[in-house]
Design a protein around this ligand. Structure first.
Ligand code: SAM
Ligand code: DTB
Ligand code: SF4
Length: 332
């Protein structure tokens, strides 16, 4: 068994770390399954309580009608997905929903908008949302598309803790999925957000017709950022009728678990989030993902527009697996 990156547990993630090669990552990915999971679990335990799961709640604050052509998305105006578009939600309504999320145990509130980028006229309302959710004692996250350095600074000043901006897939495969922006555009916004002092949430989607090599390459790109993202959401494609990827082949569950394990090994201190697609995963598959190092989920009946296992199912899953919600002070 190679000892690749075993000493990373001793380093501070914010210091510059030697870059990881795709070759090394591939060798790790291809270890016998039990060796891979054992390695991931050892690294997981050296940084986190293995039984604590961070819980985030999503709200779509501006739904549908998006100008981007992301082949997986229900909200793109390029595909006949049947989703009704709506305007930016009122600040008070967002805060009412955030209060409910807090009562049901979520510690982080993630507000998502179907935009290529926010416009100047939207910024005051976005700032008020961040300030209002912070005042409830929750962590704040937004995902609004591309941000300029100036917009990133305004949101940072309002107290935004995290910004979600996924690279989604490998650089090589990106243009097969999205043509209205590039992989480099994504990295630019990630850098703008990072420079403003906001924590980064960036990951991707499995099940879009990409190869295993694309998945490895995506994780290596994330791990080799100047600082790895604090949160790494790994989504399993929710096939949206009418979208370009409506009929994409499903991901092999063992390959999915291997990808989670690799994310944990390459980014030892990051929260790895088992994100979209949990309604199609068995409890056993989710248990393997947690064993492989996933330690964050989205809670609640809906993600942005699609279904998510509700509170009852997740409460039962947590009981079956002896899991507990991660407390706020440990989720930093
Ligand atoms: N418009 C913003 C953007 O694209 O960055 C924010 C919202 S967008 C819906 C956030 C992320 O959700 C996407 O980057 C993608 O990774 C994920 N996502 C969207 N639709 C999905 C689907 N059908 N299945 C799985 N993940 C999906
Ligand atoms: C992420 O990686 N997954 C979340 C969040 N970031 C914004 C979104 C999942 C969306 C699933 C499809 C939907 O609800 O429309
Ligand atoms: Fe728009 Fe985001 Fe959906 Fe792409 S993923 S179509 S940018 S909402």
């Amino acid at each position: 068994m190679s000892s690749f990156r075993a000493d990373y547990s001793q380093t501070d993630q914010c210091q510059s770390t030697p870059s990881i090669s795709v070759q090394e990552a591939r060798a790790t990915y291809n270890l016998p399954f039990s060796d891979l999971l054992f390695r991931a679990q050892q690294i997981h335990r050296s940084h986190f309580d293995p039984n604590a799961i961070q819980m985030s709640r999503l709200l779509s604050i501006k739904t549908g009608g998006c100008t981007e052509d992301c082949g997986y998305c229900s909200q793109s105006a390029h595909y006949p997905t049947g989703l009704k578009a709506s305007k930016l939600m009122e600040v008070e309504r967002v805060l009412t929903e955030a209060r409910k999320a807090k009562e049901s145990g979520a510690t982080r509130y993630c507000m998502g908008a179907a935009w290529r980028n926010p416009k100047g006229r939207d910024m005051d309302a976005l700032v008020a949302m961040v300030e209002g959710v912070k005042a409830l004692g929750m962590e704040t996250c937004m995902t609004l598309g591309m941000l300029t350095p100036e917009q990133s600074g305004k949101l940072a000043d309002a107290g935004l803790d995290y910004y979600n901006h996924n690279v989604d897939t490998s650089e090589r495969y990106y243009s097969e999925i999205i043509t209205t922006r590039t992989f480099a555009d994504r990295l630019e916004t990630v850098a703008n957000v990072r420079d403003a002092g906001i924590k980064v949430c960036s990951g991707g989607i499995l099940g879009m017709g990409e190869t295993v090599e694309d998945r490895i390459s995506m994780l290596v790109a994330l791990a080799n950022l100047p600082a790895p993202p604090e949160s790494v959401p790994i989504n399993m494609l929710i096939p949206i009728p009418g979208s370009k990827l409506a009929d994409a082949a499903t991901v092999d569950p063992i390959d999915f678990v291997r990808t989670i394990a690799l994310a944990r090994i390459l980014m030892p201190r990051s929260h790895v989030r088992l994100s979209a697609g949990r309604t199609e995963m068995s409890d056993e598959m989710q248990a393997l993902c947690f064993f492989a190092g996933a330690n964050s989920i989205f809670v609640g009946d809906t993600l942005l527009t699609a279904d998510n296992p509700g509170e009852d199912h997740d409460a039962m899953l947590f009981r079956r697996l002896g899991l507990k919600p991660m407390e706020l002070e440990h989720s930093q």
